[in-house]
Design a protein around this ligand. Structure first.
Ligand code: IPE
Ligand code: IPE
Ligand code: MG
Length: 241
């Protein structure tokens, strides 16, 4: 893809969220096992982290494994978990060098023990970094997150920390896994599927959407920059005029 014009820094999204889809199809097209698509997809993660750093994006949230993905065959789930662990082990040093701060959202307690340990190690080792915040959505489902948020609000009311009249969209947002991050400005989905698949339902209310047919393992720096350039031309109205 042709290099895109540099984007006016004032028009760069603060927060990009990506549904990284199409790894399996990428592998199948090449007669390879699906896990090879996931492996190639890990290189796209690296490329996008770098591109976000270049552009000055502050937050990048990547949908890496959904609550529903547990339904996949055990062999594929195991391959994904091994890949996640290896990716974290391998890339933490690089994240340090790039000043990237790693975070994660989702039901992390459901991940295999070894993955959890490596994840927490990587999060800890990058905690002081001040550049891009990379948020991995792992065993993440938006409906589960919202239900957890409702429970947390109910608890706060029951314990007398807040009363019902204080519950607003802003307050509710503070009870979600994403409470430390601004809402995404730009939502990208690769592989052409026109759906959200239980990702950040609450947070993307006013995100700009960019759907490309490019499969995730083929989505690299120039593709991310093209998405940002497209975003920069949008007129966000938030319901106003
Ligand atoms: C995205 O690629 C990665 C995960 C969901 C973990 P897929 O594995 O969904 O690839 P396709 O959609 O089958 O091509
Ligand atoms: C969404 O992709 C989840 C991730 C990218 C991690 P899926 O491939 O699981 O979504 P569906 O099944 O096509 O909706
Ligand atoms: Mg898919």
């Amino acid at each position: 893809m042709a290099a895109t014009n540099p984007v006016d820094p004032a028009c760069v999204p603060r927060h990009i969220a990506i549904i990284m889809d199409g790894n399996g199809r990428w592998a199948e097209e090449r007669g390879l096992p699906r896990r090879e698509g996931h492996r190639a997809g890990a290189d796209s993660v690296r490329a996008c982290v770098e591109a976000c750093g270049d552009l000055g994006v502050e937050f990048l949230t990547l949908y890496a494994f959904s609550s529903e993905n547990w339904k996949r065959p055990k062999t594929e789930v195991d391959a994904l978990m091994r890949l996640l662990e290896a990716f974290l082990k391998d890339k933490t040093k690089e994240m340090q060098q790039q000043n990237v701060r790693l975070q994660a959202i989702g039901r992390l307690d459901l991940l295999p023990e070894r993955c959890q340990k490596q994840l927490h190690r990587s999060i800890e080792q990058t905690a002081e970094n001040t550049g891009l915040t990379l948020v991995l959505a792992l065993s993440y489902g938006s409906r589960e997150e919202i239900v957890d948020g409702v429970k947390s609000v109910v608890r706060a009311v029951r314990e007398g920390h807040i009363d019902e009249a204080m519950i607003t969209p802003d307050l509710f947002g503070k009870h979600l896994y994403t409470r430390y991050y601004p809402d995404p400005d730009l939502l990208i989905r690769t592989s052409g599927e026109m759906r959200i698949s239980n990702f950040l339902l609450w947070q993307i209310s006013y995100a700009e959407m960019y759907i490309t047919r490019t499969l995730w393992p083929d989505f690299r720096q120039d593709d991310l920059k093209a998405a940002v350039a497209d975003y920069a031309r949008r007129n966000r109205r938030f319901g106003g005029l």
